[in-house]
Write a protein that binds this ligand. Structure first.
Ligand code: PLP
Length: 403
């Protein structure tokens, strides 16, 4: 499916203003169907890692597609419930959280992955064998696009290190806990499918210790292409290799193990475009700067982990190509792109950042007391406002004026 074209984006920007996030719903569907198609015939299901984008309309759209949802906070769990996911389709993969939150998740009857020995012990003490639970392991595998988005290596804070298996088993046995799921998530932007295979090997090694095991959760992290021609995770190859691995170990106590994945970026990244307007052009000896009406307060990925976003000047698509440094308008260095070839840019032009659906709006803030952008969803060819732009009152909301 083609991304939204220039004319569509310009017309949406004219109607709703900028900066603006625009999501193309059918692109999310296309991505989900690619997964379903590749894994058809295997016992695999998908939990959308909603940390990527939690707008209720996106959640509902994905719920209607039939996907499940993976949450990373109790509030995401509540948003998922609010969006109509039944608790049986919600997974909460916790990370360094207060045990009270795990208790709340248990009361809400969702699946839970525990990521520390401390919370495993508390879970055992409180609930013993009464509530099945999953364990997030750290498999000590280095994977992912770069260190900031790599989570399974031997210095990472995430999961219980697999070398602490004796401590895990001692807790599980002490409280006769029912461990239904073993989970790993080794990072984001994993192109090499063998990383998942390595993870499976680690989990298969320890799986026999867990009598009640039903699910193997391999996390998310599929790589998407952010530049033309860039390689993605080969999903059909992944499906084939995972299928083969499980074909050799399909049963645990006579029951097939179900495979879970938690894709975030893969589902929503390409569906999103972020439209900004050029405020100022500034020529210096170092660069020609294009300052847009945004910054890392709205799209932090380039500054936070060097993410690449393709940028197009949709107002002047036939202009001559020149090199520009695209920056924001906040009071910190907020470079979106350095020395990037773009069609000639003029003040007032609209620049669109592609692949902005995942971790774009979701990681935005009100830094510099700027408004968060509005969000629009294009559904069946029609744009719908799904979050209004902040207003001044939003900056005052929650503030207590004691002076
Ligand atoms: N699952 C877990 C536990 C995660 O921490 C993340 C991302 O941080 C994801 C899934 C989704 O990763 P991605 O968006 O790269 O697919």
């Amino acid at each position: 499916m083609k991304p939204l074209n220039h004319a569509e984006l310009i017309s949406i920007a004219e109607e709703y203003g900028t900066p603006l996030y625009v999501y193309h719903a059918e692109k999310i569907k296309e991505q989900y169907e690619r997964l379903l198609h590749a894994f058809s015939g295997s016992n695999t299901i998908f939990f959308y890692a909603c940390k990527a984008l939690t707008n209720l309309n996106v959640l509902r759209y994905i719920r209607n597609l039939g996907a499940n949802v993976d949450c990373s906070s109790i509030n995401e769990v509540k948003l998922a419930l609010h969006a109509g996911f039944p608790s049986s389709r919600i997974l909460y993969t916790s990370n360094g959280i207060d045990f009270d939150e795990i208790k709340e998740a248990k009361e809400l009857k969702v699946y839970i992955n525990i990521d520390s020995l401390s919370n495993l012990e508390k879970f055992g003490q409180h609930f013993g064998s009464t509530y099945p639970v999953g364990i997030r392991l750290r498999p000590n595998i280095l994977a992912g696009g770069n260190m900031k988005i790599s989570t399974g290596h031997d210095k990472s804070k995430f999961g219980i290190p697999v070398d602490q298996i004796h401590e895990i088993l001692s807790t599980v046995n002490k409280y006769q806990m029912r461990i239904s799921d073993l989970h790993i998530h080794t990072g984001s932007e994993i192109k090499d499918v063998d990383v998942f295979l390595k993870g499976i090997e680690v989990l298969f090694d320890i799986a026999p210790h867990f009598e009640d095991l039903e699910f193997i959760d391999l996390g998310g992290g599929f790589k998407v292409a952010s530049r033309e021609g860039e390689e993605e995770t080969d999903i059909p190859l992944l499906a084939k290799k995972v299928g083969d691995a499980f074909a050799n170990h399909p049963y645990k106590n006579g029951r097939p193990l179900q495979v879970w994945f938690e894709p975030g970026k893969f589902l929503v990244s390409a569906a999103g475009s972020f439209i900004t307007k050029v405020n100022v052009l500034k020529k210096t000896s170092a660069a020609e700067f294009v300052s847009v009406n945004s910054g890392f307060n709205h799209l932090i990925r380039p500054m936070f982990y060097d993410a690449y976003h393709h940028i197009e000047n949709i107002s002047n698509p036939e202009g001559v190509v020149k090199n520009y440094s695209v920056v924001g308008n906040i009071c910190e260095t907020d470079t979106f792109a350095w020395d990037r070839p773009l069609r000639e840019v003029r003040e007032g032009d609209l620049l669109v950042f592609r692949n902005a659906g995942a971790y774009g709006f979701e990681m935005s803030s009100n830094f510099n007391s700027r408004f968060k952008p509005a969000e629009v969803m294009v559904l069946n060819g029609k744009p719908h406002l799904i979050r209004r732009r902040d207003q001044f009152e939003d900056l005052l909301r929650n503030q207590q004026e004691v002076i």
